[in-house]
Design a binder for this molecule. Sequence first.
Ligand code: ZN
Length: 140
Amino acid sequence: MELIDTHTHLDFADFDSDRREVLAHSRTLGVQRMVVLGVYQQNWQRLWDLVQADEGLFAAFGLHPVYLDEHRPADLDELGDWLTRLHGHRQLCAVGEIGLDYFLEQLDRERQQSLFEAQLKLAVGSSCRRCCMYGAATRL
Ligand SMILES: [Zn+2]
């Protein structure tokens, strides 16, 4: 059975020391493909570089609500640029990780909603219309 992990953060520095081993071990367990989810603008290039180095990895770009205070309005424009630039690329599979996080009460709900809706619009306008929100990916 081939498994797809639709929610990873393999681009995070936490994996710098053993990323290769994690990937190899996951594949021995049957996980052949993985989606690496972007959470803020600053990690998108790193994420894309990682994905480009392994044909079993797939990218999603997004602005996670947990980082609400770090996101700039220009990040939404840049997200649109990334989606446009990579439109049709087999390793671009989703807009994510996006959503609403009401677990953390300090996160402004209206701003989260606005950010979420803006990203949904970008997803609808891109090739990622079938796959968004918290790592759900369907184009693999
Ligand atoms: Zn996540």
